[in-house]
Design a protein around this ligand. Structure first.
Ligand SMILES: NC(=O)c1ccc[n+]([C@@H]2O[C@H](COP(=O)([O-])OP(=O)(O)OC[C@H]3O[C@@H](n4cnc5c(N)ncnc54)[C@H](OP(=O)(O)O)[C@@H]3O)[C@@H](O)[C@H]2O)c1
Length: 340
C-alpha cells in the first residue's frame, strides 16, 4: 500500500467582513498507508455550510471550535474506503465523516460512520437525509409546532433548510410565505405549493410585503436570516407566535455587531416564543424524521434542489456562494467518481 497524493483546503487567513478566496489555500499532501486501527478514505462528496463562517474566526464563545490557521478545514463528507487497518471497514465501503475539505485522508475507524443512504443518492446524507433535513424538521415541528390553518413565514425559503421547512409546513396544512433572493427561486417555491414567495431583493418594504402576503398575521416564523427579516416577522407575528431561531446569515459577515431589531418589544406584547437550537443536540429525533421523510418523498410531497460544484480547488468558491446566493438549494462539492 503506497502513499497517495492528495489536496486539501487550508485556512490561510481569518476573514474580517465577507470571506474571500484569499482566506483559503490549496495544499498538496501525501497520505501514507493506514496504520493499525486506521482507515484510508477517498472523499467523493463534501458539504459547505453557513456555520463554517463562524469557525473561520477565533471566538471562544462559539459552540464549536475554530478552524486552525494553516490546517485543513473540516466539515461533513462522504467517501469510499481505499484501504483499511480496521477490521470493521473494508475497501469499497462508503463512509461519512467530518473530514471534508480534503481529497484523501486517514482516520481512526471511530471517526467514521458507514453511510446509510435511506434508498436515496449517495450524497443525500449530506443534505435532505442528514443534518439539513433534520434541522428543518426539528426546528419547524418541535419548536414551531405549526397547526393546520396557521401561517408560517420562512426566510431563505429556497435554501437547503428553508426549502424543506416550507414543504413540511405545507404538508401540515399551513399557509406558507417565504422569502428568496431571485424571481426564479420564488417561482420554484410557488411550484412547490408555497402560497406567496417574496423576492426580498426587489420587494422594498419587507414589513409591508409580509403583511400583504400574510393578511391574517404570522403564527410561526422560521428564522434563517435575521436583520430586516426578523424585524418584518416581529411586526407581523400573531399573539402566542413561535420563532424557531435557526440562523441569522445576514449578520455572519458583519465586521462589528449590528444593532438588534428596534421592535423586540413585540415579543412581550404578542407573547411570543423565540427559541434558538443547534441541530446536533437533537439526533434523538432522527429516526422519527427519517421515517416521515421517506413517506413524504414517496408521496412526492417533498422535493429538493442542489447545486454541485466539481473539484476540491472549487470548494472555497462553493462556500462563498452561500453568502452571495449564487446557488440553488443545497450547495455540495463533488470530489470524485465512485469507482470503488
Ligand atoms: N441551528 C442549526 O443547527 C442550523 C443548521 C443548519 C443551518 N442553520 C442555519 O440555517 C440557515 C440556512 O442554512 P442552509 O444550510 O440552508 O443555507 P442555504 O439557505 O442553502 O444558503 C444560504 C442562503 O442564505 C441566503 N442569504 C445569504 N445572505 C443573505 C442575506 N444577507 N440576506 C438574506 N438572505 C441571505 C441566500 O438565499 P437567497 O439566495 O434566497 O438570497 C443563500 O442561498 C443559515 O442561517 C444557517 O446558519 C442552522
Amino acid at each position: 500500500m503506497s502513499t497517495l497524493a492528495s489536496k486539501e483546503i487550508r485556512l490561510a487567513g481569518r476573514p474580517h467582513g465577507a470571506p474571500t478566496a484569499d482566506n483559503f489555500e490549496v495544499a498538496e499532501t501525501q497520505v501514507a498507508a493506514p496504520g493499525e486501527g486506521e482507515v484510508r478514505v477517498r472523499n467523493l462528496w463534501m458539504s459547505v455550510d453557513p456555520y463554517m463562517r463562524a469557525r473561520m474566526i477565533d471566538d471562544p464563545k462559539h459552540y464549536i471550535s475554530a478552524f486552525q490557521m494553516g490546517k485543513a478545514l473540516e466539515g461533513g463528507a462522504i467517501g469510499v474506503v481505499v484501504d483499511s487497518g480496521d477490521p470493521n471497514f473494508a475497501p469499497g465501503d462508503h463512509v461519512q465523516s467530518m473530514m471534508g475539505w480534503r481529497e484523501i485522508f486517514n482516520a481512526p475507524g471511530s471517526a467514521l460512520n458507514k453511510v446509510d443512504t435511506q434508498g436515496l443518492p449517495l450524497h443525500a446524507p449530506l443534505h435532505i437525509a442528514g443534518l439539513t433535513g433534520l434541522t428543518a424538521y426539528y426546528g419547524l415541528l418541535k419548536i414551531g409546532q405549526p397547526k393546520e390553518g396557521e401561517t408560517v413565514f420562512v426566510s431563505a425559503a429556497a435554501g437547503a433548510v428553508g426549502s424543506i421547512v416550507s414543504q413540511i409546513a405545507k404538508i401540515k396544512g399551513c399557509r406558507v410565505v417565504g422569502t428568496a433572493g431571485s424571481d426564479e427561486k420564488c417561482e420554484w417555491l410557488e411550484s412547490r405549493g408555497v402560497d406567496k414567495a417574496i423576492n426580498y431583493k426587489t420587494a422594498g418594504n419587507l414589513v409591508k410585503a409580509v403583511r400583504e402576503a400574510a393578511p391574517d398575521g404570522v403564527d410561526v416564523y422560521f428564522e434563517n436570516v435575521g436583520g430586516d427579516h426578523l424585524i418584518a416577522a416581529l411586526e407581523n407575528m400573531n399573539e402566542h407566535g413561535r420563532i424557531p431561531v435557526c440562523g441569522m446569515i445576514s449578520g455572519y459577515n458583519a465586521e462589528k455587531p449590528e444593532p438588534g431589531p428596534p421592535n423586540l418589544f413585540r415579543i412581550i406584547q404578542r407573547k411570543l416564543l423565540l427559541q434558538g437550537f443547534i441541530v446536533s443536540d437533537h439526533f434523538d429525533v432522527y429516526p422519527e424524521f427519517i421515517r416521515d421523510l421517506a413517506g413524504w418523498i414517496k408521496d412526492g410531497k417533498v422535493q429538493w434542489q442542489e447545486t454541485v460544484v466539481e473539484g476540491i480547488d472549487n470548494a472555497p468558491d462553493a462556500f462563498l456562494r452561500l453568502f452571495s446566493g449564487e446557488k440553488t438549494g443545497k450547495m455540495l462539492v463533488k470530489l470524485g467518481e465512485d469507482d470503488g
